[in-house]
Design a protein around this ligand. Structure first.
Ligand SMILES: [Cu+2]
Length: 110
């Protein structure tokens, strides 16, 4: 019984590096601090895969439902391939403090 448990654990650890090295055409770093994102607008291109990386100083997250994008301190990067040009406003998803309501920015797909 014990050896079965160890085998299952080793298998799930092996999955992590493979996911982290998945290729993307470009990278976009979004920095979050108390209480703002580092840019008012972030630009990416439709049809290109982009690795979105959240660098948060503090407890912040973001989400763009239309693009299936969701990042927070436990899940700091994700590769998306937006198909439709548009402007997607996003907000901090974690109740981080008194400036939380002001934490928003735009992800613009060109
Ligand atoms: Cu917040």
């Amino acid at each position: 019984m014990l050896s079965l448990g160890l085998t299952a654990c080793g298998g799930s650890q092996a999955d992590t590096p493979a996911a982290a090295t998945e290729a993307a055409d470009t990278e976009l770093v979004i920095q979050a601090t108390n209480y703002q994102f580092d840019q008012p607008e972030y630009h990416i291109k439709a049809g290109e895969s982009v690795r979105i990386i959240l660098e948060a100083k503090g407890n912040h997250g973001l989400q763009v439902k239309e693009l299936g994008l969701k990042l927070d301190p436990n899940q700091t990067e994700q590769i998306i391939t937006p198909e439709k040009p548009g402007t997607y406003e996003f907000f901090c998803t974690i109740m981080c403090g008194p400036g939380h309501k002001d934490m928003h920015a735009k992800l613009i797909v060109e």
